[in-house]
Design a binder for this molecule. Structure first.
Ligand SMILES: C[S@@+](CC[C@H](N)C(=O)[O-])C[C@H]1O[C@@H](n2cnc3c(N)ncnc32)[C@H](O)[C@@H]1O
Length: 166
């Protein structure tokens, strides 16, 4: 909504219809012109094309490891050379016991680079430098990425090879 109010043409995506409905109501109340779409960021069916600016506030780190791979395969093709991508995620080094939990894990340091670095230049613009490892949510990071030149066709080809585990 902030971006729409500042001149961007905005598409908001979530796979949960109630979340989209709530966001739509909020945007209507605020008079913000946003196109909301129910779609799965690990298997996009409706959202396509190229975007100048993408924002992820706490979604990719909500996914399991395989879905994170699929997310990258679906989202990076939405960029063009020069597109910016802002990611806010929970991030801290994995604690020993987190290997055994079933819920999704925070990003680990270096994961953003490993996942996005092939196609995007990455700058860590904010975050926790000394994670509070005794806190449940030990830290966060914000990355501003810029798509490099070259195509990402190879990623697009894998977009619909979706395999879920569990
Ligand atoms: C932690 S919440 C963050 C929500 C929002 N960014 C905010 O700031 O309030 C994660 C959101 O990601 C959505 N989500 C999770 N997996 C998704 C997927 N595969 N495709 C699209 N949305 C997804 C959830 O429905 C949820 O609304």
């Amino acid at each position: 909504m902030f971006l729409a109010e500042h001149g961007f043409e905005v598409t908001g995506v979530d796979f949960a219809a109630p979340v989209i409905e709530k966001a739509r109501q909020k945007a209507n109340t605020a008079g913000a012109d946003v196109q909301f779409v129910v779609d799965d960021l690990t298997n996009l069916r409706k959202v396509n094309g190229k975007y100048d600016f993408l924002v992820d506030y706490g979604t990719v780190d909500d996914l399991g490891q395989i879905d994170r791979d699929l997310y990258v395969q679906n989202v990076v093709p939405l960029t063009h050379p020069g597109s910016r991508y802002l990611l806010w995620c929970f991030e801290w080094p994995q604690r020993w016991w987190e290997r055994f939990v079933l819920f999704e894990q925070a990003f680990v340091p270096g994961e953003a680079q490993r996942r996005f670095g092939e196609h995007l230049e990455i700058e860590r613009i904010a975050g926790t430098y000394t994670p509070k490892m005794r806190s449940w949510m030990a830290g966060f990071a914000a990355y501003l990425m810029t798509r490099r030149g070259g195509d990402v066709v190879g990623l697009g080809h894998q977009r619909f090879r979706r395999q879920r585990v569990g």
